[in-house]
Design a protein around this ligand. Structure first.
Ligand code: NAP
Length: 501
């Protein structure tokens, strides 16, 4: 299969045929086929299913998914059988007016329907959905799906961890080549959707997320996201693969968008995809299975990677955390681009060459704060580090001769003293994490310059309050771009393109 040929299937979960057709039009330029999820249709609409392929003018897959398989169909099997039979009946000479595929579950064995499909050229996708986990014996589950040579087996499972994902990927590599669909649903299965080609799948399923049209299955992206953010069409198994490693929150990261836009802009046959991982060991195992050449690493794995590095840059050694790795001479070389990224964006924000003479409050003492502390130190700031866990603040502060304190109202006076520049480097205020304002006990006077490393939301509660008091504010977006540019430089060995700036 040529690059650009990889088919994108849009799952249609609208309540009416008309609503579904409107969505088809919206995505027509991006998609190659559609799945009509007839289980989502209003009762009266079910009479219109037969004419759908003619109206959609794309290869159509018919699915009537039962509730027990993750769908919405709650009536009996008799009703479902009639629905499927009617939809496939009166086959026309023009094959494009018929359903190109029908999804029949492993336990749905109806010889009359199967015979009709074979006669009129409708391909059967023989499916099994494990919505609550993964079967112990994948071979056994597969053998029931792969019995008929002319059918397309589809196994959809729900990995509950990156270790489950490892098992799924490793197992998929043992299968003989044939048309197939192997899907991991949910957060940990996400890479099997973005890397559907790597899994040997015939196409990838996507959804059009809207209030009135639920996502067809957990982990679907929109067709646009698959194509433009994850480069699902213009890359393949021979492309150089990078991964973004971290907890499930990485699925909201802007980092793949930044890198993949830059890779495309520079004509690189490369892509980066998020690989949610609960441990660095499983992350590295999955990278090996997928043949990944490098990774961007984020919370909570930046420190865990250290024992696996064959080379540590000076910043990695000083900071004690690593956010960038790549294969060099058969081992992992580790770098940290956060300190440079912070430095460049913060100095731009302040309009300065260094931090000399500035009294700075740094909130947080985690991985990001460690990079910020190094930068503040080497560019001459005087600093207090405040953290919820005071012992961590103390350890970090001592490293650079800074002072430290607890992150509560006992710190009012000290923040007042160190208030030229306030840097928020804790995870408080980050979308999906702890909401709130870590400095709520302090009233801004208006002269403080306030920098929050968080970029989602664009304006945290802290930044909003500081701005309202007249302070100049900056979020972490530019830092993200600059640290990503540093990663590009390391991976590609050339200057990063404008896409990062
Ligand atoms: P981390 O290593 O997990 O550290 C988290 C920090 O937040 C620790 O200081 C922790 O304090 C503090 N914290 C967590 N929950 C808290 C709560 N409920 N109340 C008070 N403090 C709390 O994470 P990280 O890697 O340093 O990342 C921190 C933030 O920086 C994240 O929002 C991340 O997105 C952002 N970041 C942005 C960029 C960028 O390029 N813009 C780069 C890196 C990180 P304890 O020590 O007490 O647990």
């Amino acid at each position: 299969m040529e690059k650009n040929d990889f088919p994108v299937c849009l799952c249609l979960t609208g309540k009416t045929i008309q609503a579904n057709l409107a969505v088809v039009e919206r995505y027509r330029n991006t998609i190659d086929m559609v799945e009509l999820r007839a289980d989502c249709l209003d009762p009266a609409e079910k009479f219109l299913i037969r004419s759908f392929p003619e109206k959609a003018r794309l290869p159509c897959l018919l699915t009537v998914r039962r509730e027990s398989d993750g769908g919405y169909f709650t009536e009996g099997e008799g009703v479902r059988l009639v629905m499927i039979a009617k939809a496939l009946s009166y086959a026309k000479d023009d094959a494009s007016a018929n359903f190109a595929y029908v999804d029949l579950e492993e336990d749905f064995r109806m010889p009359a329907i199967e015979e009709a499909c074979r006669t009129f050229g409708t391909r059967i996708i023989r499916s099994k959905h494990y919505t609550e986990g993964m079967p112990q014996n994948l071979d056994e589950a597969w053998s029931r799906l792969a019995e008929e040579e002319d059918e397309i087996p589809k196994l959809a499972v729900t990995p509950k961890s990156a270790a489950d994902l490892s098992r799924l990927i490793a197992w998929s590599k043992t299968l003989p080549q044939r048309e197939r669909l192997i899907i991991g649903m949910g957060e940990y299965g996400f890479p099997t959707r973005t890397l559907a080609r790597w899994m040997g799948s015939l196409f990838t399923y996507t959804s059009a997320p809207r209030d009135d049209m639920p996502i067809a299955a957990p982990g679907h992206t929109s067709p646009d996201t698959f194509v433009s953010i994850y480069r699902g069409k213009d890359t393949d198994e021979k492309s150089t693969l990078y991964t973004l490693l971290g907890g499930p929150s990485i699925l909201n990261s802007l980092s793949p968008f930044l890198h993949n836009t830059a890779f495309r802009g520079k004509g690189k046959d490369a892509l980066i995809v998020p690989l949610p991982s609960e441990s660095i060991e499983t992350a590295l195992e999955n990278m090996k299975l997928l043949g990944a050449r490098g990774a961007a690493i984020t919370v909570p794995l930046k420190e865990d990677i250290l024992p696996y590095l064959d080379f540590k840059s000076t910043d990695v050694q000083k900071i004690g955390a690593c956010n960038t790795i790549f294969l060099r001479d058969g081992g992992w070389a580790g770098y940290n681009t956060d300190a440079d990224g912070f430095e460049r964006s913060a100095l731009e924000f302040l309009g300065r060459e260094d931090f000399k003479g500035l009294k700075v409050t740094l909130i947080g003492a985690g991985g990001a704060a460690k990079s910020v502390a190094l930068s503040l130190y080497r560019k001459g700031a005087e600093c207090v580090i405040l953290n919820r866990t005071i012992s961590t603040a103390r350890t970090l502060a001592r490293k650079y001769g800074f002072v430290w304190g607890a992150l509560d109202d006992r710190a009012i006076d000290i923040v007042t003293h160190y208030s030229d520049f306030i840097v928020q480097a804790s995870s408080v205020g980050m979308a999906g994490m702890t909401q709130g304002d870590p400095l709520e006990f302090y009233e801004f006077e208006g002269h403080e310059k306030v920098f929050d490393l968080i970029y989602k939301p664009v304006k945290t509660a802290l930044l909003a309050r500081a701005e309202a008091a007249g302070c100049e504010i900056c979020n972490g977006y530019k830092m993200l771009c600059y640290q990503a540019a540093g990663q590009y430089r390391l991976w590609m060995g050339e200057e990063p393109p404008v896409e990062y700036y």
